[in-house]
Design a protein around this ligand. Structure first.
Ligand SMILES: Nc1nc2c(ncn2[C@@H]2O[C@H](COP(=O)(O)OP(=O)(O)O)[C@@H](O)[C@H]2O)c(=O)[nH]1
Ligand SMILES: [Mg+2]
Length: 419
């Protein structure tokens, strides 16, 4: 009912209103006019809007601010207070997208949302990832302009009105808060972080032909219609959503960068660890190959080659040092290699869906099973190719490829399945 009330009284429903008006003016049959009045009367009774409803419906939200959070409970209220001040006079909302933070960030957000309707909480369970959180938050909102910013007050909220003005006036479709244009700075970075950030920016610019100075920024505002166009091609993995947006748009997004000073974190810790470099590499690879090459598959194959080395090493030690019979030493080598592959994949390839605690044991047993069947697939393909043309390396390589693809596909489904 609430939806109907809002719909009938919202400006977007002009079509509905004018149809209703026509209907009243030109009844096709004599009884229709009266019936329409009775019907409208009953409707009005049921959905009679309060003056507050009408006020809310007529003020269309201009800006949705999306804030991805993970363990940021100490920053929520402070950020909201800052937004209230800097966005005074604008119709806005803030959507916190929380990945079920152990520190209860989502509870802090819900408590705030109970007090102020401008606050919304999107709690995601069983998922992690900054880019995915931002994409879902943007797609769950409806204002014509959307901003993305950190929860920790490192991004300068006082720039938001200026960013909005640039979009509303049509001068830009994307406005980026930049640390690397004149007037901007990232003084709070330590040397190592600054080095990585600058190196990654240089690589991104060269390889993806991204023109802007700070494609790694996490602070930007974009027109909703432009975002919705490119959203289906964006990666939900990783941390670099702005880089993904700009690379995917291939220069078709009118962009303005405005300087800001990247501040210090108010409370909590940075979530970006050294693995960000891997994510970055994955995004570059995916964008350069039109999403044909997945970093996950490459990692899986790489871990597989490490496994071959581990297998041979174990076989060598068992057979030559401990005098274990060849068949047993070979089986031992296979089990050790599968175990180390499982651990490496759990730590690197699937670190965003990492199995922890008790889940590790069933995961490992399933991995053995998947690899066992993979070995049969490997042998089957190799034999059938060798039957047709006795070319040992072609048959061997085809068998090995079959094994890797099988193991990758099946362990993605059964071992590290998304929960
Ligand atoms: N929803 C969600 N938010 C995340 C995740 N990782 C980081 N964030 C949030 O993304 C923002 C940027 O992360 P932060 O640790 O501040 O990175 P830094 O500013 O580069 O050190 C912060 O608001 C984090 O709470 C995640 O996996 N899921
Ligand atoms: Mg931050």
């Amino acid at each position: 009912m609430l939806f109907v009330a809002v719909g009938v009284f919202s400006p977007e429903c002009r079509l509905l209103q004018s149809r209703a008006a026509n209907f009243r003016e030109e009844p096709a049959l004599p009884w229709q006019g009266a019936a329409a009045q009775i019907y409208a009367g009953a409707m009005n009774e049921a959905i009679r809007p309060t003056s507050e409803d009408i006020l809310q419906a007529s003020v269309a939200r201009q800006l949705s601010v999306i804030v991805p959070t993970f363990n940021e409970s100490g920053n929520i209220t402070a950020l909201f207070e800052r937004l209230k001040t800097s966005l005074d006079g604008t119709s806005w909302e803030v959507i916190f997208v929380d990945d079920n933070s152990p520190d209860g960030t989502w509870q802090a957000v819900r408590a705030l949302a109970q007090q102020d309707a401008r606050v919304r909480c999107l709690r995601r369970v069983g998922r992690r990832g900054l880019s995915g959180a931002c994409i879902e938050g943007i797609l769950a909102s409806s204002a014509p302009y959307v901003a993305v910013m950190d929860a920790d007050l490192q991004h300068d909220d006082t720039q938001l009105p200026k960013m909005l003005g640039l979009l509303q006036s049509g001068q830009a479709e994307l406005v980026v808060g930049s640390r690397y244009v004149e007037g901007g700075s990232a003084d709070s970075f330590n040397r190592q972080r600054r080095g990585f950030s600058e190196f990654a920016t240089m690589i991104a610019k060269r390889l993806l032909r991204v023109e802007i100075a700070d494609p790694m920024s996490g602070f930007f505002m974009i027109r909703r219609d432009r975002f919705e166009q490119i959203a289906p091609q964006l990666s939900v993995h990783g941390f670099k959503i702005l880089l993904d947006i700009v690379a995917t748009a291939r220069g078709q997004l009118r962009t303005i960068e405005i300087p800001f000073t990247f501040g210090s974190r108010l409370s909590g810790e940075s979530k970006l660890d050294s693995m960000v470099a891997l994510d970055f590499l994955g995004l570059i690879l995916a964008k350069m190959t039109g999403d044909a090459v997945s970093l996950r598959f490459l990692m899986f194959a790489l871990v597989g080659s490490v496994g071959l080395f581990v297998h041979l090493l174990t076989l060598d030690v068992a057979f030559n040092v401990f005098d274990i019979r060849f068949a047993e030493a070979h089986v031992l080598g296979a089990v050790v290699a599968m175990t180390s592959n499982f651990l490496l994949n759990n730590f690197l390839t699937y670190r965003d869906q990492r199995l922890r605690g008790f889940a590790i044991l069933p995961g490992l047993l399933l991995f053995y099973l998947v690899c066992g069947v993979g070995l049969l697939a490997n042998i089957g393909v190799a034999f059938s190719i060798y039957d047709q043309s006795p070319n040992w390396w072609l048959a061997g390589a085809a068998g090995a490829l079959m094994g890797v693809v099988w193991n990758y596909a099946m362990s993605g489904i059964f071992v590290w399945r998304k929960r």
